[in-house]
Design a binder for this molecule. Structure first.
Ligand code: GLY
Ligand code: MN
Ligand code: MN
Length: 515
């Protein structure tokens, strides 16, 4: 199957055959063929689409962002297809801010744009040039499915129904989202109509095509970048506290991920037999992610032995050796695009050695200290501090710290971070590292509030060539990562169904081996 570039359109004359890639097939374009292709199709079935469950939630989210930018036009693109190579694209995923404000997930089509148009009271001519800001009207700009009589239908390998399947009509999207939906072609006029009077903000880095369109309309101005960044920041902060529907999505993502971890445990004997056992693990988890959800929420880290000490080990081409640990950091992204982010470090043969258990228990104790610290009113960074205090203490007891615990924990010390260089927690949601554009005072320095969801994921990583640790520790990397919901008076471990304590991990692995 090939790209659409050899399909002639009414605007582009046919390219001579010799100028085309040799592997590209030529599609017929005669009038007779076009007429034949447009004929004899059964009428479209009645649409089953109805207003989605999330529509009320996304309406509230739009209202919250509207309040922060009175009188401004806000442009939130879903983003376009990205070329993987030549005429093949990556599987499409919309920008998270777009998904959040529309409630559309894996079903969204490329290039859609949500615009919140400012509404003005006392604006008789509707031009937006007078009156007081009075909220926004949301409009979705979407490329509708082309008719059967069009060349897009059979000739466009990127968007044509014959190639990539049907997509909802504008009416159906409007019904589903509760947002007025019009043709994408109307976007430039709608954004540009009063550009002299209305400030336009566009989410940066979501879609270069839309950004270019907006920039061409609003002209060069150094304030634009700052205005856009402020919008991105507000959209990020809007996601810090999850609503009930989002929490439900995250629970589903966690449940599917736990099923994936169970699949991996069952596949460990096969992984241990394979020259690239880490790939077996990655593949088994990936199959579950595609079967139950939209896919993986981020590249799976399947890291056996010393590979576990490489924090972002996604090459996953190593062997899974008997007697070693394997660190699996993986999450299923469900169709609404919310993802889990879970890590377990498992003994390949089902039983921890004494040294492995020692390192594992230190990490578990650090995680438990973080759990104990986390509750509404506590600052995000204090959760991290609680975990660090335990790890520094343990490293000191093992004689690894070149300074005392107090010095290590001080700002000028931090020697323990040699073996735990990452943060203990990050917000989790539509993005695995959710809310990343939020200001520090809303994130690291903010107090926890009910509805926040974040990870607790301390680790210890002793590289095989780390001469600062005794030989028995070298080549051991452990991380334990759970997904946590802040409740009214504490936290709930959303991933608690996946065993964490070493003896529970061993019992769980044994039970799966029998089943
Ligand atoms: N899987 C990425 C992380 O744990 O943050
Ligand atoms: Mn994480
Ligand atoms: Mn992770």
């Amino acid at each position: 199957m090939t790209e659409a570039t050899d399909a002639p359109t009414s605007e582009t004359p046919e390219q001579p055959l010799e100028e085309r890639g040799s592997n590209r097939s030529r599609r017929p374009s005669s009038r007779a063929f076009r007429e034949f292709m447009a004929s004899s199709w059964a009428p479209a079935a009645e649409s089953p689409l109805e207003r989605s469950e999330v529509a009320d939630h996304s309406e509230r989210r739009r209202a919250a962002i509207s309040e922060q930018f009175p009188g401004d036009r806000l442009v939130i693109p879903a983003g376009g297809l990205k070329v993987r190579s030549n005429d093949t694209d990556y599987r499409y995923r919309p920008h998270s801010a777009f998904a959040h404000l529309t409630g559309l997930g894996s079903d969204v089509e490329p290039d859609a744009v949500l615009v919140l148009h400012p509404v003005f009271a006392d604006d008789p001519d509707g031009e937006g040039d007078a009156g007081v800001p009075a909220g926004h009207e949301a409009v979705l700009y979407v490329r509708p499915m082309a008719g059967r009589e069009s060349e897009e239908f059979y000739g466009d390998a990127r968007y044509g129904e014959f190639w990539v399947g049907s997509r909802p009509s504008l009416e159906e999207i409007e019904k589903l989202t509760g947002i007025r939906t019009v043709h994408l072609d109307e976007l430039p006029d709608a954004v540009g109509k009063d550009v002299g009077q209305v400030r336009v903000r566009v989410v940066p880095d979501a879609d270069q095509v839309t950004s270019n369109t907006v920039d061409a309309l609003r002209g060069a101005h150094e304030e634009h970048a700052e205005n856009d960044a402020k919008l991105a920041e507000a959209l990020s902060e809007l996601r810090l506290v999850k609503d009930a529907w989002e929490v439900e999505q995250l629970r589903e993502a966690v449940a599917a991920s736990i099923a994936g971890f169970e699949d991996v445990v069952r596949a460990l004997p096969r992984a241990a037999e394979h020259a690239r056992g880490e790939r077996v693990i990655e593949g088994v988890f990936g199959a579950r992610a595609r079967e139950e959800g939209n896919g993986i929420g981020y590249d799976t880290i399947a890291a056996a032995g010393d590979h576990a000490t490489t924090l972002h080990w996604i090459r996953n081409d190593g062997q899974v050796r008997h007697g070693e640990l394997v660190l699996l950091d993986a999450g299923v992204e469900v169709d609404s695009l919310y993802t889990a982010d879970i890590t377990r470090t498992l003994p390949v043969d089902g039983t921890f050695s004494e040294t492995q258990r020692q390192v594992y228990t230190a990490v578990l104790d650090a995680a438990d200290a973080a759990f104990a610290a986390a509750r509404p009113g506590v600052r995000f960074r204090e959760v991290h501090a609680a975990a660090m205090a335990v790890l520094a203490q343990r490293l000191a007891e093992w004689g690894l710290l070149p300074v005392d615990v107090e010095t290590a924990l001080g700002e000028e010390g931090q020697q323990h971070r040699r073996w735990m260089p990452h943060g203990t927690s990050h917000h989790l949601g539509l993005d695995v590292h959710d809310c990343a554009q939020a200001r520090a005072e809303m994130y690291l320095d903010a107090e926890l509030r009910p509805g926040m969801v974040f990870t607790i994921e301390p680790g210890l990583y002793f590289k095989s060539d780390d001469l600062a640790v005794p030989e028995r520790f070298r080549g051991i990397g452990v991380r334990i990562e759970d997904d946590v919901l802040v409740t009214a008076d504490g936290v709930e471990n959303l991933s608690a169904a996946l065993p964490r304590r070493p003896e529970d991990v061993e019992a769980w692995m044994a039970s799966l081996a029998q089943g």
